[in-house]
Ligand binder design. Structure first.
Ligand SMILES: Cc1cc2nc3c(=O)[nH]c(=O)nc-3n(C[C@H](O)[C@H](O)[C@H](O)COP(=O)(O)O)c2cc1C
Length: 462
């Protein structure tokens, strides 16, 4: 195989001290015939943003490359905010052409908490950039320490290089986004909703008062009247995005503490609200990098459900409904917070009259859910995610996430099935009984169906 030029776009805010980059280094060492060039685009995002020559030099390298490795850590079910900003800059500055026709893979490390949504996002970005997306690789962060996993990694890398050398074709797996929104012009407000003395916080990142988003957020604010406070997160002093330093793991102390306004705002306004409405415009295939910065910075709360019992909603301008993973990310976030996601409303496809009604009912439904203290049961997203967190905080992540460990102990979140002694004893006894062929036939052929509903029937009867 002729030597290939590979550009690595490192998405870790930790730069070279990145776990993910150790996987890249391993590939470099064990597939040495190629030319590799890495850029710490997240760590150096301020330079990427301000120094146009530096940005152009990265684009020039991409232009000359045969393949691009998007290497990144998972941050809140997606890429870190800095990486998101880098991607926005590529589109904003008309640099997408540098990527067109290049082969690409996405490589992340994580604890497998919604790694699939991050890779779906990057798959979509690669498709939008006109790249040949050759697949994803998403190991658990410490997999590199196991020989079979190292072998697997090299299998992936070899496959990538062979794809480039053999000019393989890959299907486009995501449809291009179709912006199907019309400018929202709200009609006369007929009736406000009753928030029942609850505090409503509307967070938005709108940049123009005449945008659809601004009109929607104004409408929502008007619906809630005095109960609502609207705040533009562009006005919040945030010195930077999460650095991934996990200094917060011990007791929530963030590296930015005392340096900007985020932590106080979050503790006071976000935690202090009863209903939260997150409002934003779709930028590429997620909300803006500014929103992602706001979300990532909430990591100082670690893995605790700090929005427990709150009503949440999203109001989005743009093609939100065309990205399934986006709804999954919103839903999972609420479920992990033990909050109730009332809905995600968008200006997609709806005319102004219809949107007036949707927004009124959305606000009304939030109030009704708050009145009833309703939090819908969690789905696979929250149940599965909670088990991953529980197991990680109990074992691998107990150190350095001391604050989480204390919280999980205190709030009964270490609900391991091993502790369900009665169920385990019943299970063992039944398995013993089932060893007898006559009893087994009786149980499996006659008793299982009525047996399963019997305890539920008893509840219904009561
Ligand atoms: C702010 C923040 C958010 C994170 N979010 C996720 C997540 O959503 N899913 C996940 O599996 N891991 C998550 N992690 C864990 C990192 O993805 C993981 O530790 C990764 O290996 C770090 O890679 P790096 O050293 O290359 O930055 C998060 C870590 C931080 C600091």
């Amino acid at each position: 195989m002729k030597p290939l030029k590979i550009v690595v776009l490192n998405g870790s805010p930790k730069g070279d001290l990145s776990v993910t980059m150790q996987y890249v280094e391993y590939v470099k060492k064990h597939a040495p015939g190629h030319e590799y060039e890495s850029f710490n685009v997240s760590q150096l995002i301020n330079r990427v943003e301000k120094d146009r020559k530096y940005f152009d030099s990265i684009m020039e390298s991409v232009r000359r490359a045969d393949g691009v490795i998007w290497a990144f850590p998972l941050y809140y079910m997606l890429v870190p905010a800095q990486y998101k900003r880098f991607i926005e800059l590529v589109f904003e500055r008309g640099a997408a052409k540098a990527f067109a026709g290049k082969y690409a893979v996405s490589l992340s490390t994580s604890i497998h908490f919604f790694d699939h949504t991050a890779h779906m996002y990057l798959n979509g970005i690669c498709d939008d950039l006109g790249m040949e997306y050759a697949g994803q690789y998403s190991p658990y962060m410490f997999d590199l320490m196991k020989a079979p996993e190292r072998e697997r990694l090299m299998g992936f890398a070899r496959g990538f290089f062979e794809s480039i050398a053999g000019r393989r074709s890959f299907p486009r797996r995501t449809a291009p986004l179709v912006v199907n929104t019309s400018a929202y012009k709200p009609g006369k407000l007929v009736q406000q909703v009753k928030a029942g003395g609850r505090r409503v916080l509307i967070l938005t990142d709108e940049t123009s008062a005449s945008s659809s988003l601004a009109r929607m957020t104004e409408r929502i604010k008007a619906l809630f009247g005095d109960a609502a406070e609207k705040f533009n997160i562009n006005d919040l002093e945030m010195k930077g995005a999460c650095l991934g330093c996990i200094r917060c793991g011990y007791d929530g102390d963030c590296a930015y503490a005392g340096k900007d306004g985020y932590i106080d705002f979050f503790n006071e306004k976000v935690k202090g609200a009863d209903m939260l409405i997150f409002c934003g415009t779709i930028r590429d295939r997620y909300l803006s990098a500014r929103w992602k910065t706001f979300i990532d910075r909430s990591f100082f709360n670690n893995h605790q459900p700090f929005l427990r019992g709150k009503q949440m909603g999203y109001c989005v301008s743009g093609p939100a409904g065309q990205m399934d993973y986006l709804g999954e990310v919103f839903e999972a976030h609420a479920e992990m917070m033990h909050a109730n996601l009332v809905d995600v409303v968008s200006d997609e496809g709806a005319d102004s009259k219809a949107l007036d009604r949707i927004l009124s009912d959305f606000a009304g439904r939030m109030c009704a859910a708050a009145d009833a203290g309703y939090v819908r049961p969690r789905t696979f997203l929250g149940v599965g995610g909670t088990k991953i967190f529980r197991d990680e905080i109990f074992s691998h992540m107990r150190f350095p996430f001391r604050a989480d460990h204390e919280y999980y102990k205190k709030h009964g979140m270490y609900d391991f099935p091993q502790k369900k002694f009665k169920m385990r004893a019943i299970g063992t006894a039944m398995l013993l009984l089932a060893k007898v062929p006559r009893i087994r036939r009786e149980i499996y052929r006659k008793q299982i169906k009525p047996g399963m509903v019997a305890p539920l029937k008893a509840v219904v009867a009561r």
